[in-house]
Design a protein around this ligand. Sequence first.
Ligand code: MG
Length: 497
Amino acid sequence: MLGRVRSAVAQLVGALGPAPGAQPPRDSPPGPGPGPGPAGGAFCRPAFLQLTSEELQRADDHAGRAVQSPRESRRLPWSTGYAEVINAGKSQHNEDQACCEVVVVGRRCSPQRGSLAPQESAVEAEEGRTELGFHYWGLFDGHAGSGAAVLASRLLHCHIRDQLRDLVDILQDSSPPPICLQSDWRVLPAERGQAPLSEKEVELPNDALPRFHLEKAVSHESLVIGAIENAFRRMDKEMEWEQTTQLVAGGCCALAAVYLLGKFYVANAGDSRAIIIRNGEIIPMSREFTPETERQRLQLLGFLRPELLGNEFTHLEFPRRIQHKELGKKMLYRDQNMNGWAYKRIVEDDLKFPLIYGEGKKARVMATIGVTRGLGDHDLKVYNSNIHIKPFLSCVPEVRVYDLTQYEHCPDDVLVLGTDGLWDVTSDREVANVVTEVLMDYEPNDPCRYTVAAHELVVRSRGVLKERGWRLANNKLGSGDDISVFVIPLGGPGNYT
Ligand code: MG
């Protein structure tokens, strides 16, 4: 399967060609990084926008920053709203990508496990065998070019489909999950009565502890979460392979929502965000993964594998850079086990640059990158060194689940997915207010209302161009980043198609 996807990707990326004027990684200084090969795939926009070449040019204009949405004739599933805008000039092209698909999962054929190609799945479906369907929305915020985000937007849902193939029968079986004994089980005499021992049973001494080893009852929900986690891993592996061929450089944050059998699974790896707005209430469906939020995980890795720090960095955190003249003095610090701060006496090793440095949006891992989860970045190194960043970046998403069947939803209840360009300048509450305000102006059954809401969120977060740059209504700086937003309705007639 992997080989087939690889060859498909090779064709895809080959057709895309190199990105002219590819930029250095987002939030990172220029460095050796990807090497001399083409950095990322060529600029393109989500296929569902169906932009003409003229529209594509307009969408790529930093000065005008025109907001793009799907045409009315090209409505997304559930009448999902979508809008995007290019950055104010931080990179040549819009490095965000988006995908919205309805995906059919064919049951895997047992004789050739793991060998089904997409077209074989379709044949299987035609033959009337068991199959599942899921709805999928994905946002990918790229850095160091658009290649990684383009690749993920075109393939991540295929990896999720592939991981779900083994579960087609299990997920459609409503009986409770079985509890099984492991193969090395043993039975206490008291619990098995006086029946004769079989070959697999061992008589235990009377003082032995009970040794029934029960497998955990694994819920259907956990199986889907595991499938999505593994799909992210496969996608990352795929990207690693592409990056060794120099066809795709850089990386991307990934935020994906999967609707399957009545539940939303929201998977996040990076600093994009998802919230549900239900009857005006905000329900967080993700959290951001940054050097600050993942400090202890990063410090633990640096502590366990100091060779990854290249003798240049210390895994300890200090409130500020320590100067040589402070050797032997006491200084506040914290390590991988600490939430609070304590004093230590400064030694030579503490003079190294901290693994995590800076605050808020300026916090960096090894002075290089401001996100700690995502796909790709296999080629990213610390500036002017041979120290790889990737071991500290995890491709595994956090998956949160929302059971749609547990609540009555009205047409104004929505799931909002946005890249950090939205959330940097617009709070959760402000997003909820804008969405509510827009939806109130439209009939509940008007399918355009979610697109207008997405459009309005992007316009308000971008701001308007004034003498001193893009400004919000309150005259604060608007978002200069790429902005991409999905507004997905959770209720209302005719949405679940
Ligand atoms: Mg961004």
